[in-house]
Design a protein around this ligand. Structure first.
Ligand SMILES: Nc1nc2c(c(=O)[nH]1)N[C@H]1C(S)=C(S)[C@@H](COP(=O)(O)OP(=O)(O)OC[C@H]3O[C@@H](n4cnc5c(=O)[nH]c(N)nc54)[C@H](O)[C@@H]3O)O[C@H]1N2
Ligand SMILES: Nc1nc2c(c(=O)[nH]1)N[C@H]1C(S)=C(S)[C@@H](COP(=O)(O)OP(=O)(O)OC[C@H]3O[C@@H](n4cnc5c(=O)[nH]c(N)nc54)[C@H](O)[C@@H]3O)O[C@H]1N2
Ligand code: SF4
Ligand SMILES: [Mo]
Length: 899
């Protein structure tokens, strides 16, 4: 295959590429070190981040090692183990398997489950192969779990899946409303832009989220509403705007329809402030303040994310927000508009190619005219003719036997789909199960695919992604393809060729695929569809390589792109009008009851990405929150008999997990929050997806992942501890553990019913061949050991009675240093041989600054602000992701002093 992408950097020039994590889509300068790694910096010329990166982006260099990668095609043998096979053997077998199933059961027995982490080019060929050539409509993606309620809301109300605004709006808005978005942790670079607007221009910030998050730290107004009540709040706002004479009558008359019906519906849902206060659980005065603020501020951006989307009424929530912007004409104008913050780096690109089951291709659906148009463009022999199964239904069809072959690419559904234990079991039963992956081991691979196809990873991939503001950027390779790894598009095209479709998939490289995708968006378009990349339809390899970040639409003649849409109407809908829609009565899919009295909320933490296949490799990203936790309001803790630092078993109808308890005043009473990141790979008992319900929004098919009825109960272990090792350490069976990267090896935090004696025996066996320095206090329940070999610290195990978990920062630092500690006994005592103070949990991932140092600076009065901390300790001065936390520590310390 051709691989002539410019692996520059060799000349000393960094390669300009894009971050593979969140939908902000930050530009990155990568300077390869020639040894497989690279120095990473923000690209000052990229309009999304202007040089900034968050903690995850900054740590990308730590995720490039090949130790966990799958480097060769693998085939499962009769014993369930994997044999290395050649590409030809793997591709021939995959194609033959698909062919046989299609011949026997028809094309609809085949499904594809794709991902917003694929590049647009990969996505395009997968979609084309499935829907145009194999002839199955069953192509869906993890974006179903992520953005599909926004897609459905955009399409129902605006007429097309178009994000009207751009990031510059966040800089010039006078009010930014974050709804169901913890942008401080999940879109950190955009959050910093909002913060800058807040401090420099005085923009107000309102945060609407059942729990008080880091994003609410400096907000002007925080509205911790009842889960699922967003559409009620926004229906009330619509009434407030109408009754206050604040409507843009001209905009409504010329560019919308359905306003009267939508308003009448809002009046039935939200007949008065008292009803809204009751339904949202918010003080009436706060609701009124929010309405006044929104009404009196023309430059308002309402930005939302998963608190809106991952809901059984996500589409209505989106519609309720869009209504308020349409009714005031606050859309597509500088500083004002509704703004969906997309999750994955290429969630948008996937929507553009048509990767969702209810779309065909290029923002075209399944009307007869659209099917015919796409068929002619592709010269497709077997065009799919109706919508396919959405993710949850697709897995049900796998379990039910209707789908017999599934190809999963760039997602880890055995962790991330709701009812994940059942998903894993269903996958294991497939007649033909194919996974294209970067890593050798994850929970989906543990379900036993017949073929594992090694795909190119970030740094090697070559193509485009689209960020939240419709901006297409290049991901450029700066590392060679390792082993036999191949790009996803290549793997798909090779299978297509073996299925007899070679001519339609004979691309020399991603540039040709991109140009074809662009041509399809422009095909018979003539301004009728929002997505038009006509200006790129003839793009050659040179121009593709040199492509600057640019926002679509970019029709022929407008290569500079389009920042904003719809200020003057022009919706891609009949009559050019947006349509306002009546909303359902706000309600959650499932209510808590006596058996499961809580609502489990799930989501993200600052320094980990999804199932941790990459961020889990970085020691500094693993230090912020080191183990699977549940954030619980102190009142709930008291009520259910669990305590800070102890363990809790959290159970729903679908599954259970055992999590470390963190008391959090910001948590909503009755609605604890559990991060989704841990899997069977990284923890003994913390697969949160297994607990989530699969009740879906009727329009989008997106599951309600943020409110599953749950029960919680304390779990007691006799002892707790940590172990550090160079290449892994198996704990006694039955232990609770969480694995994490530490400098120089692996750490495990654990809890067990075993005592000092049992762990001593275990450590002696595990560290055999090392010199052990040990300490045991049987009565006190303490055991500690340090293992050295040839002057090197090889490992350490510290055990204490439950509730007195040993602190490990000093031991971790000594382990990272690698050499044999000068004073082993001091280290065994938990004292740093060099007298370094215990850092405590890491707050600033960039400079490794711990809580203790920051607290000390505040307490001693040397620091009065986060800026002082930055000057003294450097914390918060690089990516700034930890600034909200530093400010909170400052506030806490002031509060303690005042008390
Ligand atoms: N650090 C980090 N950043 C990421 C990711 C990551 O894994 N780690 N993933 C990326 C991806 S793919 C995505 S989709 C985004 C997600 O970004 P976000 O949506 O910001 O993140 P979440 O933590 O999933 O959920 C956001 C908030 O929704 C709130 N919420 C729950 N129920 C409701 C409700 O009924 N109403 C309202 N208003 N709010 C509610 C939760 O309490 C939570 O604080 O993050 C992206 N960025
Ligand atoms: N309960 C609950 N569940 C959730 C959510 C929630 O908030 N709560 N959030 C949902 C959301 S918004 C999302 S986006 C999903 C995310 O869930 P997933 O998509 O399942 O999570 P990732 O860990 O990102 O999985 C990506 C996998 O693809 C591999 N990979 C990465 N890049 C490539 C590539 O270029 N090619 C190939 N072939 N493989 C690659 C990685 O090694 C990894 O195994 O989780 C969803 N599930
Ligand atoms: S905000 Fe962070 S994770 Fe998101 S694209 Fe930028 S650097 Fe990457
Ligand atoms: Mo997502």
């Amino acid at each position: 295959m051709r691989h002539d992408a410019p692996l520059s950097g060799r000349s000393g020039q960094p390669v300009r590429t894009t971050c593979p994590y969140c939908g902000v889509g930050c530009g990155i300068l990568a300077r390869p070190d020639g040894k497989g790694g690279a120095a990473i910096a923000g690209d000052p010329a990229h309009p999304a981040n202007r040089g900034r990166l968050c903690s995850k982006g900054s740590a990308l260099g730590e995720t490039l090692a090949l130790g966990t990668r799958v480097l060769h095609p693998l085939k499962r043998n009769a014993r369930g183990a994997y044999d290395r096979v050649s590409w030809d053997e793997a591709l021939d077998a995959v194609a033959a398997g698909l062919k046989a199933i299609i011949a026997r059961d028809g094309p609809e027995a085949v499904a594809f489950y794709l991902s917003g982490q694929l590049l647009t080019e990969d996505y395009y060929v997968a979609n084309k192969l499935a829907k145009g050539f194999i002839g199955t409509p069953h192509v869906d993606t993890n974006s179903r779990l992520c953005m599909s309620s926004t897609v459905a809301g955009h399409r129902r109300v605006l007429g097309s899946d178009t994000v009207p605004g751009c990031y510059d709006d966040l800089d010039c808005a006078d009010l930014v409303v974050l709804v169901g978005s913890n942008a401080a942790w999940c879109h950190p670079v955009l959050f910093r832009r909002i913060q800058q607007n807040h401090t420099e221009r005085g923009a107000r910030v309102v945060v609407i989220d059942p729990r008080v998050t880091a994003s609410a730290e400096e907000a002007d107004l925080v509205l911790p509403l009842k889960p699922g009540s967003d559409s009620l709040l926004f229906a009330g706002l619509l009434i407030h705007l109408a009754d206050g004479g604040l409507l843009d009558e001209s905009y409504l008359a010329h560019h919308t329809s359905g306003f009267e019906e939508a308003l009448a519906n809002a009046r039935t849902l939200a007949p008065g402030l008292a009803t809204i206060a009751e339904g949202t659980g918010l003080p009436a005065a706060d609701i009124a303040a929010f309405y006044r603020l929104w009404a009196e501020t023309p430059a308002v951006v309402t930005a939302w994310s998963q608190g809106v989307n991952q809901s059984a009424q996500g589409t209505d929530k989106v519609a309720a927000i869009l209504h308020c912007h349409l009714a005031t004409g606050r859309i597509g104008r500088p500083g004002s508009g509704p703004f969906s913050l997309t999750g994955q780096p290429n969630a948008m690109g996937g929507r553009e190619v048509g990767g969702l089951a209810n779309m065909l291709a290029a923002h075209m659906g399944y009307s007869a005219g659209e099917i015919d148009r796409v068929r002619r463009f592709w010269k497709a022999p077997n065009i799919a003719r109706q919508e396919g199964l959405k993710a949850v239904d697709m897995i049900d069809a796998v379990a039910g036997g209707g789908i017999k072959a599934l190809w999963v690419m760039a997602t880890n559904p055995a962790v991330s789909l709701p009812r994940a234990d059942a998903v894993k079991a269903a996958l294991a039963e497939l007649e033909l199960f194919i996974v294209s992956e970067n890593v050798l081991s994850n929970d989906t691979l543990a379900a036993g695919p017949h073929y594992i196809l090694p795909a190119a990873a970030w740094g090697e991939k070559d193509g485009t992604v689209t960020n939240s503001e419709r901006r297409i950027s290049r991901q450029r390779p700066f590392l060679p393809l390792p082993g036999e790894v191949r790009p996803d598009w290549w793997i798909i095209c090779e299978v297509a060729r073996r299925l007899g479709f070679g001519e339609a998939f004979a691309y020399a490289g991603p540039a040709e695929i991109y140009a074809e995708h662009a041509a399809l968006t422009a095909f018979e378009n003539e301004g009728s569809r929002d997505l038009d990349l006509g200006a790129h339809a003839g793009l050659g390899r040179g121009d593709y390589d040199a492509l600057e970040p640019v926002q679509w639409p970019l029709p022929v003649g407008r290569p500079g792109g389009t920042a904003r849409l719809f200020a003057d109407g022009g919706f891609f809908a009949p009559g050019g009008r947006a349509t306002m829609r009546p909303l359902a009565v706000p309600a959650l899919a499932s209510q808590p009851d006596a058996e499961r009295p809580l609502l489990l909320n799930t989501g993200r933490i600052r320094d980990h990405w999804h199932t941790m296949t990459r961020t889990g490799l970085s020691a500094r990203l693993s230090a912020h929150i080191a183990e699977p936790v549940i954030f619980l309001h102190p009142r709930d803790a008291e009520r259910y008999g669990v305590s800070e630092g102890g363990f809790a078993r959290v159970a729903t109808e679908h599954g259970a997990a055992v999590l470390k308890v963190v008391l959090d005043e910001g948590a909503r009473p009755g609605a604890p929050f559990a991060p989704i990141h841990w899997s069977g790979e990284t923890a003994s008992d913390a697969r949160i997806g297994a607990l989530a319900q699969a009740a879906c929004d009727p329009f989008s098919g997106q599951p309600e992942l943020k409110a599953t009825p749950a029960a919680i109960a304390p779990v007691a272990y006799a002892s707790q501890g940590f172990v550090l090792s160079r290449d892994g350490f198996a704990l006694p069976p039955g232990s609770w553990w969480a694995r994490l990267a530490v400098e120089g090896g692996e750490g495990r935090l654990f809890a067990t019913d075993g005592g000092p004696e049992a762990l001593m025996a275990h450590a002696n066996a595990a560290f055999s061949g090392c010199e052990l320095t040990e300490m045991i206090d049987r009565a006190g329940g303490v055991y500690r050991c340090i293992a050295t070999r040839n002057g090197r610290l090889i490992g350490a195990l510290f055990l204490a009675p439950a509730g007195q978990a040993p602190i490990w920062e000093t031991v971790k630092a000594a382990f990272a240093a690698g050499r044999e500690p000068e004073n082993r006994l001091a280290l065994l005592a938990g004292r740093s041989p060099g007298g370094i103070a215990e850092a405590g949990p890491i707050v600033c991932a960039c400079f490794g600054v711990g809580l203790n140092a920051i607290r000390a600076a505040f307490a001693g009065g040397q620091a009065l602000s986060a800026e002082d901390i930055g000057r003294q300790l450097k914390a918060g001065t690089n990516c700034g992701s930890c600034l909200p936390e530093i400010r909170r520590i400052g506030a806490q310390s002031r509060a303690t002093e005042a008390a």
